[in-house]
Design a protein around this ligand. Structure first.
Ligand SMILES: [Zn+2]
Length: 294
């Protein structure tokens, strides 16, 4: 122990010197040190514990109390008074949803999930998947960590939203992400678009769609019933939340950048509703928009 203390004491002045000479800079990841710092293990352990608690909290659906909500937007007031009873009212008229409570009221069966967009650092190579993406900014006072997380909300029946939240702490980052996900809710068009399948249920995407973000391009292709979700693991969660059960897919570009893959997947889903369809085609493809049959 004494030796360790001595070693620490020796380290300290060096650290101080570093601080003085270091200029403010932003880096993505802290460079791997040859010998891990002593404090690091406990810090990581704490973060892991917090993360577990947060995941549990998210799964345990918080009860939304409509009575306590005081709406601030005209859409919010209409929703609370009961004039508007369907989220389609806002989505079809392209009214921007500015209060997450609107979604809580109109889509009460929404489930929430946080996707694995980060990775653990430290011993044994690190790299395990985590829900928080940690970044650090180097300043004169030291390293300032920041946490980011990716949330999805969905009712597994045609409605889904995604959100990305960043903060200096883990809990506000999660709150921001979930709030953003609720404000971003979209309607999904589903159908039975595979030529070999004629089951008549809306279980897959009705036609091929592409979404592109950065260099990543995700293509969703209609698949026959029973195929399952043949796509990257975190995208599976998005599609499952949207209520899509079968899909083939193709992913191109720098797919290691996980966030772009997820955003591209969401963009592809958004495009489903932008395609104009003739009535005949819509009937043949058994189109379901949101949870309403066309
Ligand atoms: Zn089918």
């Amino acid at each position: 122990m004494a030796k360790e203390k001595e070693a620490k004491a020796k380290e300290k002045p060096e650290e101080a010197e570093e601080k003085i000479t270091s200029v403010t800079a932003v880096i993505e990841e802290e460079p791997q040190l040859e010998t891990p710092k002593e404090g690091l293990a406990t810090e990581l352990g704490e973060v892991k514990e917090i993360e577990e608690v947060i995941v549990e909290e998210v799964k345990r659906k918080g009860v939304f109390e409509k009575e306590l909500w005081t709406p601030k937007t005209s859409l919010g007031m209409k929703v609370k008074s009961g004039e508007v009873t369907s989220i389609d009212y806002a989505l079809d008229r392209r009214i921007r949803i500015l209060e997450p409570e609107i979604v809580d009221t109109l889509l009460p069966n929404m489930a929430t999930d946080l996707l694995m967009v980060g990775q653990a650092k430290g011993k044994f190579g690190g790299g395990q998947k985590r829900i928080f993406k940690q970044t650090q900014k180097k300043t004169q006072e030291g390293n300032k960590p920041k946490f980011a997380t990716f949330a999805i909300v969905g009712n597994e029946d045609g409605y889904i939203g995604i959100g990305y939240g960043k903060s200096k702490e883990t809990v506000p980052a999660r709150e921001k992400a979930i709030r953003q996900a609720k404000l971003n809710v979209i309607k999904i068009r589903r159908g039975c678009g595979d030529w070999g399948c004629d089951c008549g249920e809306a279980h897959t995407v009705p036609f091929k769609v592409k979404g592109k973000v950065g260099s990543v391009e995700v293509t969703l292709i209609p698949a026959p019933k029973g195929t399952g979700l043949k796509i990257e693991k975190e995208c599976q969660k998005i599609l499952k939340m949207a209520g899509i059960k079968d899909v083939w897919s193709r992913t191109e570009g720098q797919t290691r950048s996980k966030l772009n893959v997820l955003f591209a997947c969401f963009e592809a889903l958004q495009k489903l509703l932008q395609v104009k369809l003739q009535e005949k085609t819509a009937e043949r493809l058994r189109i379901v928009e949101g949870n309403l049959k066309i």
